[in-house]
Design a protein around this ligand. Structure first.
Ligand code: G1P
Length: 308
């Protein structure tokens, strides 16, 4: 385990999937590189992590997805061309990765599930607390969720997950949690927010076994105690090594050993960009907020809807 107040400097981003729901685009473009308005999805993830105080990001990837790493690297030829042409605005965009958490990558090898993907971060993260961000969950750029989760970890120790209120039918597609309300601890600046203690969690339960209206979604802050649980996992739902099963074990670990799991309920806007409709919704919602694109898009949508 790590000291409760040890800073959360690392983010782990599982990104080794095939993106089958976005075929054929994902034949040659990683799903994480598909743009949402004008930036690839992975850029939003890096920005979110950076603004929560994280300065080191490990992408768990596979061969064939190298464009993710290239995105966070210098592009010297392009930079020289833009410099010569005095295109400073573009140059700033190309170099902006330097303001984000430093990027590292590790290959997952065999794709044996989310728990297996996170375990690949062990050597890099070591005995420190760390965040996991699933790139299919896109938080609104103004989101404070991860920062709040890190505050909850500093106050209560153990691990922290993001919880979303869902219908019982929706809950079958997520980790489903049994929870108890706890007071928002001092030092957590959640206005109207809720902090819950997890008592149980199961991965993608059938409808009759859904535990509550709370589903675990793609943001986590872990005590390094999770690594021993991940290393000892047996295959779970779908024959994969499930992160949810490791979280279930952490619930029963002594807090003095890094155990205990809390949840922060999401109140901010979130998009499921792993799904085609969610991806389009994210593009439309964020483009509507863009001062350059918003007015034209609003007009276009109104005209389209009138004609439909
Ligand atoms: C994964 C996790 C699941 C979690 C979900 C959040 O499932 O296994 O516990 O609720 O992410 O998006 P996936 O969507 O990768 O099947």
């Amino acid at each position: 385990m790590a000291e409760r107040t040890a800073p959360v400097r690392h983010a782990v981003v599982p990104a080794a999937g095939w993106g089958t729901r976005f075929l054929p685009a994902t034949k040659s473009v990683p799903k994480e590189m598909l743009p949402v308005v004008d930036r690839p999805a992975i850029d939003y993830i890096a920005r979110e992590a950076t603004s929560a105080g994280i300065d080191d990001m490990l992408i768990v990837t596979r061969s064939g997805k190298n464009s993710i790493e290239s995105y966070f690297d210098a592009e010297l030829g392009l930079e020289a061309t833009l410099e010569k042409a005095h295109k400073d605005d573009y140059l700033e965009l190309v170099r902006d990765y330097q303001n984000l958490a430093r990027m590292h990558a590790v290959n997952q090898g065999h794709p044996l599930g989310l728990g297996h993907a996170v375990l690949q971060a062990r050597a890099h993260v070591g005995d420190a607390p760390f965040a996991v961000l699933l790139p299919d969950d896109l938080m609104h750029p103004s989101s404070q969720l991860l920062r709040h989760m890190i505050q909850v970890r500093a106050a209560l120790g153990g691990s922290v997950v993001a919880l979303l209120r869902v219908t019982p039918e929706q809950a079958t597609a997520y980790g489903s949690a049994a929870v108890a309300q706890v007071p928002v601890p001092a030092g957590v600046d959640l206005v109207d927010g809720e902090v819950l203690r997890l008592d149980r969690v199961v991965e993608k339960p059938p409808l009759e076994e859904v535990l509550s209206e709370y589903a675990v979604v793609g943001r986590y802050v872990f005590d390094p105690a999770v690594f021993d649980r991940l290393a000892g996992l047996k295959p779970g739902r779908g024959g994969e090594y499930q992160l949810t099963d490791a979280i279930a074990e952490l619930i029963d670990v002594d807090p003095a050993q890094g155990g205990g799991v809390h949840g922060v309920v999401i109140t901010e806007r979130r998009f499921d960009t792993g799904d085609k409709l969610g991806y389009i919704e994210a593009n439309v919602a964020l483009a509507l907020e863009d001062p350059d694109l918003g007015p034209g898009l609003r007009q276009f949508l109104m005209d389209e809807l009138r004609e439909a």
